[in-house]
Design a protein around this ligand. Structure first.
Ligand code: FAD
Length: 294
């Protein structure tokens, strides 16, 4: 689908579902930014907003506080991310029970990255949940949470093959996962190919594409390298020479992201998860272009 054809689309007519990801702030200034973004995006009525859990459980308290604030001060449904890293089952269960008691009903269940850094071997805590599959089952035992899991259209860097990736997703679904959110990708062909394989494997849960609007190309490309997402040559070309030109970069970023979501729409996608990086403007503009109004 070309960008020209996409322009004639009338997305207002489609029933769309959106969700946003935020990360917990490290200081007061970041908290202010986060809160401004939450308030700007909230009127777009996302299905849920998720709050990440820092590598190695490093943001345990801050994730909890952010989820609580969203619950207390907005009408949004927070989804708390949780990993298996560096915690016993008893500690993780306590967090899960706390969330249930607070009124949280959504969890994004992940294995997480090793405390020794991405790319090193993951060693589960001997008394902890051993994998994302194990964690999903544990969460479901504690309460009837709505559980999201990860999915990797270009496969996780540790995956032996895309088949192994899909087998793992199937195991997460069998353990009770309700939907999956994908790692970000820039070439939609990866998503569509993956979706086809997932459906062929008999997996019928929603596979929501995770969209990363490129606020800063260099940072996004570095991040992509660590997560196994490929960066197409054409994308690099679009941001070429714009490192010092913030204004143009913002416009290009909006155009690139809107083109991506329109192409997904044309492929029948109606659910989008936005990695906001705690910045509202670009995501707000994309949602506006999708026909969403406050
Ligand atoms: P899984 O999908 O469970 O597994 C990833 C890979 O591990 C598999 O592909 C496979 O190669 C290997 N593996 C797992 N089990 C086995 C097994 N039994 N045998 C052999 N190999 C196995 N990280 C954070 O720290 N905090 C967050 O809040 C966070 N949020 C995320 C949200 C989304 C939507 C996504 C896509 C990722 C997120 N991550 C987060 C990153 C994630 O923690 C890392 O990618 C991590 O390396 C894998 O966790 P997972 O649950 O995705 O792993």
């Amino acid at each position: 689908m070309s960008a020209f054809n996409a322009r004639s689309r009338q997305p207002q007519a489609l029933p769309l579902g959106i969700s946003f990801e935020f990360f917990p702030p490290k200081n007061d200034k970041m908290a202010e930014n986060l809160w401004e973004s939450v308030q700007r995006l909230a009127p777009l009525k996302p299905r849920f907003v998720s709050v990440t859990y820092g590598a190695g459980g490093s943001t345990r308290e801050r994730t909890h506080q952010t989820v609580k604030r969203i619950l207390d001060e907005t009408h949004l449904k927070p989804a708390a991310h949780l990993t298996c890293v560096a915690a016993t089952k008893a500690e993780t269960d306590e967090i899960i029970k706390d969330y249930w008691d607070m009124g949280v009903r959504h969890i994004v269940a992940l294995r997480g990255d090793p405390t020794t850094g991405i790319g090193t071997k993951f060693e589960a805590h001997p008394e902890g949940y051993q994998s994302s599959v194990d964690l999903v089952a544990g969460i479901k035992k504690i309460g009837d949470f709505d559980v999201c899991v990860s999915a990797y259209p270009e496969k996780h860097p540790e995956s032996a093959s895309i088949e192994a990736e899909i087998d793992l997703l199937k195991a997460k679904v069998d353990a009770g996962a309700n939907r999956a959110i994908t790692q970000f990708f820039f070439d939609n062909a990866h998503y569509f190919r993956y979706l086809e394989r997932v459906r062929k494997a008999g997996i019928n849960i929603e596979i929501i594409p995770g969209i990363l609007p490129v606020q800063n190309f260099t940072a996004a490309a570095n991040f992509a390298q660590r997560t196994g997402a490929s960066v197409p040559e054409w994308l690099a070309k679009r941001f070429e020479g714009l490192d010092e030109d913030v204004e143009t970069r913002r416009m290009v970023a909006a155009a690139v992201a809107i083109e991506q979501v329109y192409d997904l729409l044309d492929g029948g996608v109606s659910e989008f998860h936005f990695y906001t990086m705690n910045k509202a403007d670009l995501v707000f503009a994309i949602c506006h272009m999708l026909g969403l109004r406050t």
